[in-house]
Design a protein around this ligand. Structure first.
Ligand code: ADP
Length: 398
């Protein structure tokens, strides 16, 4: 079966067509600037790339264009859209309404739209727009919702509750949900495979370090804690997000800066993190270049990021009562040796014996071991593949 994976944003739509027999990516691409001037689809298939500079006033036109690229005479990989067995849609927030991957029905669509939008106002409405467009264009193809937060549903109550009134958690669903679940799931399973162990035998800390970063404790194949919270603002400081901060400091800052609640949340999401600390950039490549040329605030931002990540590794080792493996993944986790070294430095007491030389080797897109052969705790770099997880979950559901 061939599964189309769709990740729709407010003005973008990324896709991959995956053959589930081989798990090979047959075609992939993305529409940009949907609904605004200059919309473009960059599509790959058959080892070739084609750029469609075509007006896309809405997501329906975008998905129609994706389907014509998939069936294109030159870069197309299927004869007709009937070859697509199902579509898996990436959805950021599920709240407590969806515990796992869910087949779309009118009822499900209603719950998604009425209950979850306010949990992820930037992401869920955009994803639903993409979903509705797909339903319109492919009315007979099954659609699945794959949630970023599903993998975290196994967290125990003591891990996901905030210290607020229990009645308010019940009434408003305010609790930790986590994010990047598909990535944490994928890399923890890959780590077990690589180590030749069953997931049940391992205590793993997975560090998804990208523009958004989250760290998870995976005990026996199940997520038992994660650093992101009610929204992706929590945990370590990120590209432009503050990460954890005392709620009273938020109110204090808002008052001093004369910001409304909404503006304060935007400030914490968009102007803080390593960009705010360094005053230079949210991109770790810029921070490393800055630190190397003597910019102290770039060095400080990098130091804070590694320090905060390390604290989660230690906390999660304690929470699980042991540690067998640390995994680094995503843009920074896969490509930035200094961050990995900063996180692992000082963890010798936990049984981490870091291999600096292996760590410095270039990213070759494969799984790499960056701990010494005799390290009690294995440290791995594993390229993430969220699209493959979405496709697998969709296929399993069917
Ligand atoms: P997103 O959360 O947007 O998916 P990514 O996982 O792509 O983010 O991570 C983006 C971060 O990864 C940026 O800070 C960037 O500097 C870093 N990054 C990506 N590729 C590289 C690379 N080749 N070398 C160093 N850093 C990289």
């Amino acid at each position: 079966m061939k599964i189309l994976v769709v990740n729709a944003g407010s003005s973008s739509l990324k896709y991959q067509l995956i053959d589930m027999e081989t798990e090979a990516v047959l075609a992939k691409g993305g529409c940009e600037r949907i609904g605004i001037a200059g919309s473009v689809l960059k599509a790959k298939g058959n080892g070739k790339e084609k750029v469609y500079e075509q007006g896309m006033p809405n997501h329906k036109v975008a998905i129609e264009l994706v389907l014509s690229a998939l069936t294109d005479g030159e870069i197309g990989v299927i004869k007709s859209m009937d070859e697509i067995g199902a579509v898996g849609h990436r959805i950021v927030a599920s709240g407590e309404y969806f515990k796992k991957t869910t087949l779309v029905t009118p009822e499900v669509l209603k719950t998604l739209e009425e209950k979850t939008f306010e949990l992820a106002p930037l992401h869920n409405p955009a994803a639903a727009t993409g979903l509705r467009a797909c339903i319109e264009v492919m009315p007979n193809t099954p659609m699945a919702l794959v949630f970023d937060s599903s993998f975290h549903q196994t967290m125990p109550e003591k891990a996901y509750l905030f210290g607020i009134k229990y009645e308010d958690y019940k009434e408003y669903g305010v609790r930790k949900y986590g994010a990047h679940g598909t990535s944490h799931k994928f890399v923890s399973q890959e780590a077990a495979k690589y180590l030749g162990k069953k997931p049940e035998e391992l205590k793993i800390v997975t560090c998804h370090l990208g523009n958004g970063s989250s760290i998870s404790a995976v005990d026996g194949g199940k997520c038992v804690d994660t650093s992101m919270g009610f929204t992706p603002l929590a945990g370590v400081l990120m590209g432009t997000r503050s990460g954890d901060i005392d709620a009273s400091a938020v109110e204090f800052l808002a008052r001093k800066k004369g910001l409304s609640h909404a503006d304060m949340v935007t400030y914490l999401n968009k102007q803080c993190g390593v960009a705010g600390i360094s005053g230079v950039s949210s991109d770790f490549r810029d921070l490393i270049a800055g630190a190397e040329s003597g910019n102290e605030r770039c060095a400080l931002a990098l130091d804070m990021f590694a320090y905060q990540t390390k604290k989660f590794v230690g906390a999660y080792a304690a929470a699980m009562g042991g540690l067998d493996c640390i995994v680094f993944t995503a843009g920074i986790g896969e490509n930035t040796p200094t961050v990995r070294e900063g996180v692992c430095k000082g963890l010798e007491f936990l049984g981490v014996k870091f291999d600096k030389k292996a760590n410095a080797a270039k990213n070759n897109g494969a799984i790499r071991e960056i701990s010494a052969k005799d390290s009690k705790v294995k440290v791995l770099v594993i390229p993430t593949n969220e699209e493959l997880v979405i496709a697998r979950e969709t296929a399993e559901l069917l």
